[in-house]
Every structure is written in C-alpha cells, then in structure tokens.
Design a protein around this ligand. Sequence first.
Ligand SMILES: [Zn+2]
Ligand SMILES: [Zn+2]
Length: 245
Amino acid sequence: MKLKADYHIHSVYSKNMHGKSSIEEIVEKAIELGLEEIAITDHGPAHYLYGIKRSKIKEAKEVVLQLNKKYTNIKILFGVEANILDYKGTTDIDRDILEYCDIILCGFHLCALYSTMGDFWNFIVKNNFAKLHSKLYNEMVEKNTEAIINAMNRYNIDILTHPGDKIPVDIDKIAAAAEKTNTILEINDSHGHLNKDDIRTASKYNVKFVINSDAHIKDNIGSYNNGLKAAMDAGLDLKRIINLA
Ligand SMILES: [Zn+2]
Ligand SMILES: [Zn+2]
C-alpha cells in the first residue's frame, strides 16, 4: 500500500511564509517519493494571513506549467484551497481564479475575511460559545453544516478539505451532499479530520475519499500514515481512497 498522489500541498505562494518550499522543491521531493501526481493548493486570497495574493495566481500557474514541461515523470496540478466566507456558502473563488485552476479544494478556515460581521460573529464568536452550551452547539452544527453544503452546491469543488476541523459539522449530512455533488472527502493527514468516526459515518454514502498531507514544507509531502490508520480503524474499503496504489 502506498500513496500515488498528494492533492493538498502549500507552497511559498502562501503569504507570510506559511508554505516554506518552492514549487520546484515540492516537485523534486514528490518525484523522489515516487508520486505520480501532485496539486499545489495554496489558500484562497480571502485567507487574510496565508492566502495567495490574487496578483500572484497567474505567476504560480506559469511556474506549474513550466515545471510540467521540465519534469515529465510527474503531473503537477494547480489549484487553490478556497475559504468558506458565509452561511450562503460563498467562497473566495471566482471566474478569474477558476480560469487558472486544474483542481478546486475548499474548506473552512478561521482566518478568512468573512462576507459580513454577522458571519464573523456566527463562525467565530458563536462557535466558540457553543463549546460550553449544548443547545447552541447543536444549533451551530446545523448552521455550519448548511454553510458547507451550500458551498458544495454552488461551486464545482473537487475535494472538501478536513471536514469537521475548526468548527463542528454534521458529517452525515455533508457526506449525503458529497454523494450528490460528487465531491471527494478528504482524510487530512495533518489535521485529524475526517477522523475514524467521521469516516465510518461518511462511508455509508456513495462517496470517495482522498488522503492528503496538507504539507506546508517539502519534507511532509506524501505523509499519509495517520490518515491510513484512521481509514483502517474505521473499516473503510481502501479501494474507495482514490490516491492509494
Ligand atoms: Zn485547510
Ligand atoms: Zn491546507
């Protein structure tokens, strides 16, 4: 059992040195590991700490195109990890960005420029209060889940990243929506989500899974042991994980 692709990698195109390695360093490491395919997926521009600058997207895509020519034994995809910005499911990907993307990842992140103060209040403040109040917790799970499902319905998302990380969600409903929208659910090797229980819940639906490293430095590319363990503990048929060989 080995990993043949890693579809979630951050590069130096993330702001504030969030990603430590250049795209070429990532490619060289991926080849060394024997990966057949990788995706460079920095945070979308609305992540105010680490998002890729809009003005850099074209340049990053150019680098990927050049490296695809230089290294013929690996396929390099360019994409972004979009941010969910409100409860209607708006994200920070638009036509200008989509034009450059081979793959779209999307996830919920804490440091995003949410659409309104109300969204900030709900996503950050109320979700924080909800940790202490079970009634509010259930209400927030419902709202958070709705936000993610709305995003899945509105955009052509290839991979939903680390569902259940950062804010609580209803994995059952998210997996049902993923089945309808053909969205692959990520078992994130760094963040611990989907976790074993989430995978078991999601596996009742006709969905596919992917184990991604979410590497921010080249040495972590292709990490998959935590994700594989969670999948095995959940009793998942490993054939449903698209990037295992
Ligand atoms: Zn993420
Ligand atoms: Zn990420």
